[in-house]
Design a protein around this ligand. Sequence first.
Ligand SMILES: [Zn+2]
Length: 324
Amino acid sequence: MKKARLQDGQVVLAHQYNKASHGTQLCCADPECAAPMTFRKESLTHGAAAVRSASFVSKSVSDHIATCTAHEDFAIMAKQQKSIEAGLREGKTIVLNLNMRLSESFNTAALPADIIGQASTAEKSDYVTAPVKSVEDLLHLKNVIEEKGGAAGLAKTVVNYKGKTMPIGEFIIDSRDKFRNLLNKMYKSVDHSKPNTEITEFPRLIEFRATQNTKASERGAIRGTPMNFVKEGGNRLILLQKAEVPKEFEQTLRGENVHIIAEPKLNYNEAKAVLHRLQTQREQTIFLNLRWNVVGAHQFTPIETPAASAKPAPQKPGNGSLFG
Ligand SMILES: [Zn+2]
């Protein structure tokens, strides 16, 4: 696991962990789960050919509650992987069920365990399903599908949330064009919304990279890389991304680059005012806040940088050695 919970409820990422200031009383990142965790520092593996990054580990899967959103159950993951591989071979649609709480008000009792398919009918259907309880699950399953099914497999993959589905290619926002499409989609509902309401959309997976300002400051808004759009009449729209997080994640996410699954939100009044300015004025720079609401640690995970950069530099003969 890349995250653990401290005694005070703060969540810490593995590469942030410091024994002296954080102590050794570590718990599973899921606030409902009390599984004790220990820190495992970065180490060389595969005969020093690769680096295993720092993480938190528990003694046993059974330490975790059954509904834990944080631990990786390798037996279940292997089973899912097999069923996805079989589905891909048979040309079936892959349905990733987003069984995640994404807002404060979400009623967990109504959480659909597996809203589309039941195991008993699965073999007759033209789809296979896999549950996603965290952003790590989604990234893992996406890699499996990409490896085993390539682009064709991804093209047959959809994400299901509360009974609505979206192609995974639209769900994962990894380019400016996709941000533009998302904004356009959200703006279509501006006209139908009431003042002082939130405009929200189907959740998305984004890469959130904290801005220099956010990294430099101790408090205040947690902002991600702004997107720059050139509009008509010499107007420029700068989309500011903001992660809205509870107190226990503020320091966790400040200055970090993370994958986030969250519902995007626009404030109606702000969105309407921006639209008005774009339509009536020229030659201006306008800012718009796109907010990503994070209510649980299952919604974010650090973006792993390639391990190559962490490898020790090859030693030159005689360089710094005993006889150097
Ligand atoms: Zn747990």
